[in-house]
Design a protein around this ligand. Structure first.
Ligand SMILES: [Zn+2]
Length: 252
């Protein structure tokens, strides 16, 4: 019931998150409504109605597909459902809902533009660190502060090393996103070693997943042979999977 409720909340706020994605992808957009991705025709205020807006076609050409908005909605609903399943009605649900919403936005922007924007990655880490430091004590979760820092260092350090070793494979944006992901994983445990393991597993799932999906899309000619494969969405999916499965994988 709780999972369905939060998945539905994801569908409702999805169109609003889509506006943030729009702003990032097409910089000079003052108005708060969606535009067709292909011809920039105005989709009107109805484009913000949850779920129903999926079925609205572009007014200038009905064949234009606006997959970006559907992806944001479905991604947010899936992420919120996963968070509700993992945390139930505990205090930890709220910080992870906020984090997941931000990660969905960053992933869709990365898929479209191959950029993880500083304007999102830096504040995400700052807000995440603030949440860890300010909420852990009052909630009796202070033993998780150090593991959260270890997770951030391990995940951030590993991606930074990968970037320095092979710049074409990994972007600097990935290295800026990674500490936030490690922080979120490490905060789940009171054992620094478990925090490092969670970060490592999420990293492996992310890199393997991105490579398999990317190479398959190249094979199917959806992407060109030399097309860049964004790693951010894979790292995000790996992190969400490890957040969800952390209890089972490391026996918290
Ligand atoms: Zn159009």
């Amino acid at each position: 019931m709780l999972i369905a409720l939060f998945a539905f909340c994801g569908l409702v706020i999805g169109p609003l998150l889509g506006i943030i994605v729009d702003r990032a992808v097409e910089r000079e957009r003052p108005e708060a409504q969606h535009r067709c991705q292909q011809c920039s025709a105005d989709l009107g205020p109805q484009s913000l109605i949850p779920i129903l807006h999926w079925f609205r076609s572009c007014p200038s050409d009905p064949s234009h597909r606006n997959w970006r908005y559907v992806l944001v909605d479905v991604g947010t609903a899936a992420a919120f459902g996963l968070a509700a399943w993992r945390f139930g009605s505990t205090w930890m649900l709220t910080p992870y809902l906020v984090l997941f919403a931000v990660l969905v936005v960053m992933s869709v922007i990365d898929i479209e533009t191959h950029l993880l924007l500083n304007v999102l990655t830096y504040p995400a880490f700052a807000v995440g660190l603030f949440a860890v430091l300010s909420l852990s004590g009052p909630q009796g979760h202070e033993d998780a502060i150090w593991p959260a820092v270890v997770g951030a260092l391990v995940f951030g350090g590993a991606i930074l090393l990968a970037f320095l070793a092979y710049p074409p494979g990994m972007g600097l944006g990935d290295a800026k996103l990674a500490p936030t992901l490690g922080l979120a994983l490490g905060w789940l445990t009171t054992d620094p070693l478990a925090a490092a393991r969670l970060s490592f597993y999420a990293l492996i799932i992310g890199l393997l997943g991105s490579s398999i999906v990317g190479l398959s899309l190249r094979g199917l000619k959806v992407l060109g042979a030399k097309a860049e494969i964004p790693m951010g969405p894979g790292l995000v999916v790996g992190t969400m999977a490890m957040v969800a499965l952390s209890e089972r994988v490391i026996g918290l």
